[in-house]
Ligand binder design. Sequence first.
Ligand code: C2E
Ligand code: MG
Ligand code: MG
Length: 747
Amino acid sequence: MSVVMGHYDEAMVQGLPPEVREGLYSSNSYFMTIDTNENRDYLKRMAALKDVDGIWPHGNGVLTNFGEGTYLCVRAYADAVNRAGNMETTDILSALRTISIKGPQGSVKMDPYTQHAAVNGFLAKCNADGQFDIIKGFGLERPIIPDRYRQLHNDNLTEKDDQVIEVQQPFDVDSFENIVKSQKAHDGPGLLFSTAFNFVDVGLVAINAASKIVQVNLVAEQMFGYQPEEILGKPISILIPPRYRSGHGNHIMSFIKSDSNHVLMGQRGEISGYSKDGREIPIEASITTFQSGGETYYTAMLREVTKYKRIEKELKWQASHDSLTGLPNRKIFMERLEKALERTSTTGKDIAVLFIDLDNFKMVNDSYGHVVGDQLLVLMGEKLLAVVGSGNIVARFGGDEFVVLCEKIKNEKTTTKLAMSINEKLREPIEIEGIKMFPSCSIGVAVGCSGDTSSKHLLSNADAAMYQAKEHGRDKWLPFNAEIYKRSRERLDVANGLRMAIEKDEFSCVFQPIVDTNSHKMVGMEILLRWTPESGPVSPAIFIPVAEMTGSIYSIGSWVFEQACKAQVRLTEAFGYQNCPYVSVNVSSRQLETESFFKDICRTYNDIGANSNGIIIEVTETALMADVDINIRVLKALGMAGFKVAIDDFGTGYSSLSLLTKLPLSLLKVDREFVKNLELSDQEKSVAKAVIGLAHSLGLKTVAEGVETEGQRAILSDLNATYCQGYFFSKPAPLENIINQYGNQTF
Ligand code: C2E
Ligand code: MG
Ligand code: MG
């Protein structure tokens, strides 16, 4: 016997030769060309269509139910999802059991056993002429048979015929209830399951109305570790952990007494089984009733979920922990912080959050690679755990940020002591892969209780205090206080203000000449951004770091670069192509990191018609070292496009000399720190001399920044500083002022 699964109907068999289609059995939930008003109407309309010469089998017009089936399935599924309210498989399946869809053949219900539409299922056999004989009808609704079939099978299946069609569920591997139900138990309980049931991968345990085990299959034997003779006749509770016995026992009894014939055990069908050696086994269980030899039996279907449970546990852990250090992540930390805050309302005691950020971690990563960086983070996590002790929570928020929650605060000194010992512990020199390191961290501490703060505030306060600790020189801790609050509020105001600053036309640019140390002739100028919101001017030293932090720097940086290009065009006009001073523009590391940076600036200078040779990109030494690989790539590309590159604030960062030789650099701008005290001592002079000498040995010209006096200029001249920039020559001013001031210079 060949059974055709899937869609197989009159239309399809037309394409098969008679000898092939004859004898094929087809199992359909629906039958095509069902005789309903809708279908009749549709057939009538189809017969009237052009090129349709009649309705099959007397013509080429064919009506199938394929679309209808699809419609019903999709609708049923969508309704089930709505009813379940979530996407959990078990919940959707439960909901499906209660779904009823209105289709052309009437209301269609879902069969709880097969989870298929329970309407007009047929088993039909194809004849050589391409017509089908209906062998059997099954399903919950009596089938409505098309006329031509009614005539053929009038004896068995007529519309008025009330004879009970033998209910036989289609085989479905997931519906074990079905398997059991469809078995005929001829010889009493001993043969309830056929040997085939020893090959299914689900445990089957049959019990009688007295809850005594009457049969088990092989899987169930192995699952629980019993030989059949050890459990046959025993109460089913033997397979349930002692502490759940009364609960499950009641559940089974209420099922036995009820009218229902199938039920899931436990929440979502999950319960604990109990093996012979006392192990608890998580299992999915459902119980089904069936009749055999005039007796009612109940079959528990059991599927081990150990593997799934383990995976579920693993996934849960991954979602709540940092995989590198194994510490709780932000999500779980916030949950615990929330709970700890709640507890303070009953204990009346404050809790503390310590925000910890490693100092110069990026440098470790960049200099020694991520493997070493990762090891450092793991080690720091371990040290933190050791120093905070049990009862406190240490979490990693990502990057080099760790957070500690301390609930055991006796008095003010507790947090002071804790913060100090963390600073101390993390300051211990360490060695990773033979590299000696001297790490340190900055810590912000915030304390509070449920009435006066929230988890979010506590965390952001600790973060703000940590930020301040960094600003105050790192390797220290600071408690959150009113001053820090003020500063963080200001930062927030700045961040909000910057968002609309371009649209509100609040930015402007000033230019500061860069001159030859000896001749005082202007060789270039630096474009410096100014922000003047309604509340008054804000220094770039304040707003640039905030813009970098919030990402506003991308749009701001593009705007400044555009102004630089326009200035370059204007300078060419004023000084001529040959003598045109260059425009030096500051670029932040956040800008360099963006994929589109290079493309964007090339487009801008092309659009404006500026000369890339007349533009110098200034990158601070610290920014340069932030992500060496990316920066080298971008700076090289800039060099190829004709731009020159200068290192700004040189001497304040930690450049590697070998790196400097690899970059297409033109200028080193010696930080103001080295210029400021030049006149005060010989020692200062020798430091400046070393920095300038270093630049020359790399073949680079130097710009000394912040030159304020003739004395400084004279010393810088002795030290061979190529160029100077500072108030001594000119303060930053609008472009036209500078052009007027230097317009007559000759080169
Ligand atoms: P910078 O790039 O080192 O710019 C030089 C700073 O030193 C300017 O401060 C300038 O006004 C100041 N200065 C110049 N000569 C003297 C002097 O003789 N004495 C003193 N005390 N200061 C002098 P400004 O304009 O406040 O800018 C501060 C920093 O803000 C800049 O330092 C730069 O890092 C950043 N910045 C300014 N404009 C931009 C910009 O458009 N983009 C980016 N990313 N950063 C910018
Ligand atoms: Mg600069
Ligand atoms: Mg500078």
